[in-house]
Write a protein that binds this ligand. Sequence first.
Ligand code: FEO
Ligand code: CA
Ligand code: CA
Ligand code: CA
Length: 734
Amino acid sequence: MTVLNNKQLLAHEVVEDSNPSDNIDFQTIISRRLNRRSILKGGTGLTAAAFFGALPLVGCSDDDDDNTVNNSAGNNAAIPAQGDLKRPEALKFTAVAHSTAETMSVAEGYKAEMILPLGTPLISGIDEWKDNREQSAESFEWRMGDNHDGMWFFGKKGGAYDAKASDNGLLVMNHEYVNSNELSPFGYYVTQDDTAAPIFQNRRLASDVRREVNCHGVAVVEMSRRADGTGYEMVADSKYNRRITSSTTAQLAGPVAGSDLVKTKFDPTGLQTRGINNNCGAGLSPWGTYLTTEENFLGVFARGQDASQLSAGYNYGRERYGAMENFPGWEYLWHTPEAKDAKIPDEFSRWDMTAVGASAADDYRNGFNTFGYITEIDPFDSKSVPQKRTALGRFAHENCAYAPVEQGKPVVFYMGDDARGEYIYKFVSKATWSNSDIGGGLKAGDKYMNEGTLYVATFNENGRGEWKALIHGQNGLDASNRDLPFNGQDEVLIFARAAADALGATKMDRPEWVSVSPMTGEVYVTLTNNKYRGERDDQPVSASNPRSYEAGGKARGNDNGHIIRWAEAGGDHAATTFEWDIYLFAAPSGLSAENLSQLNASNDLSSPDGLYFDPRGVLWIQTDDGAYTDTTNCMLLAALPGKVSDGALTTTSAGQQTPVGMLASDDNIKRFFVGPEGCEVTGITMTPDFKTLFINIQHPGNTWGAIAGGKTPRSATVMITREDGDVILAESFI
Ligand code: FEO
Ligand code: CA
Ligand code: CA
Ligand code: CA
């Protein structure tokens, strides 16, 4: 046995980028820079050298980004506030300074406490966390998982969802991936056999894989307000406390259920699969269930040499999602433990998509196709089966945000596909909204999420955009399609990326979180960064992705990211056209050519990722950065955006003209929190009384997280309250 690496591993910072399509919209073609040759090909996965290198791998992360800058939007007092509390007219707290400390810092007058770190038992009878391998893999079915990410606080009253209840609630959160250093502090163990088939040359231990599988997924934790009236504590042994992991049975719901392309040895009928994986950003449904996402699921699958012949179209579909032949996955290698160590025969082989049997019912060739969905969970029913809502498409889902619902109108969800050059989507339900469905659980989900139309966005150069429907039999999405013949709506959804290619969707700079303003109804999406922008011929700068920092005569791409926003035509979220601008360019304040929103030291940022409009209309922006981290750790900012077209045209250093929103000021965007060194700040939710803000800290460096016991840094939740117990960002606060 060899200890290959004693550093942090299995982070998910590898950004999968498998969009090889030559899909470039017309405006992009005319603005294309013909003098620039593509250097990088759109490969996926890791080279062997990178695989075993000392650098941590990160999933959806920061990896291409560099500087930071945050831009702001306008503080527009003319826009009416909604909800019980008004949006502040200006941000009056004192900005948190840049920090590279090992500890976190929060705005003066606030308190930030770490809770629920990795390994925290959710039930009694399980040992507290220890810095060793003694805790059984199985015990993690009842512990907090790793890399806490998107989350939601569900107010609870009388045992049911109550959107206004704050004394008691269910905190539901994603556990995105695993840092094996925390779970296996003595190393990442593999047995090497160079004579084995390529995907089996490095084998892992069954117990390590089992522990990692259990550290992924979702946690449901009942929280009660503390006796002193501020903040919350976990209700140990609550009947609601639950873990859903990468081995929990889940239902395939919607048009993909029963498709030939999701039939497996586990369920030859194609109605069920096991597990949810790489759950990144989160969403809430209008009826009060939790929507979790599946992002970098590619990394846990392997693909060897198929024994059975698969169709050319099916192969294209696999590769469009990054699964090339002889691909061992990322470092997870969950398919590799010895079969004799499996507790059930296919415990590990299920992660291998190689077609080895006579038919799909004999192997897991289709297992890969059962991941990559928005998954609905009812936290109020601990026996309920997670539902993969396939009508919303299969891709590297970042999060899922619904538009304000209106009686008698369809329900609309917005979503991003986080990979370089991937797309932005929306789903419009067939059923129309009825307020009587609030609290309706998964039955309401069946009604609104199993039937409807999935659209993909095109952003034109003139500030307008269009939604194109992914419907089988329309717009060339049929068996005549060149790269991937579509034989039904199930195939359009399973290979949504390829369908979107065919419709000429706009390749974006890694769409991360989406959030809809409760004040304007406008939709905001973080585009975190993209090192290929302007650097690869198929991703030239364009108005909607207009920056490519140039150094030494070479395009370096969009290092710092931006936030795009749009207004649907007529304010109708089911509309098929919209108007957009760029709300904010992130950039270091010292980088004047890139700092197009005029950020300063109080509000500059890089690589925006998490994004959340609280119900008052305050926009919270989180960063997952690797470009500005010499100056500052990742952070959380508060902002008061205006609306589309409240700014002016600007020209980027790449020579691209584009509309940018109102410039930043200390009134309209400000740094509220800085995380510990090495971390990503992600996941955000607020209690209905606006008095507690929960955020998550992923993969902190050094010692942060150890204060809860042990020595290893651990991912955890941070609970932020005001020292005087009042409402966060209340107007009176100075
Ligand atoms: Fe898991 Fe794209 O963030
Ligand atoms: Ca990210
Ligand atoms: Ca992350
Ligand atoms: Ca993210």
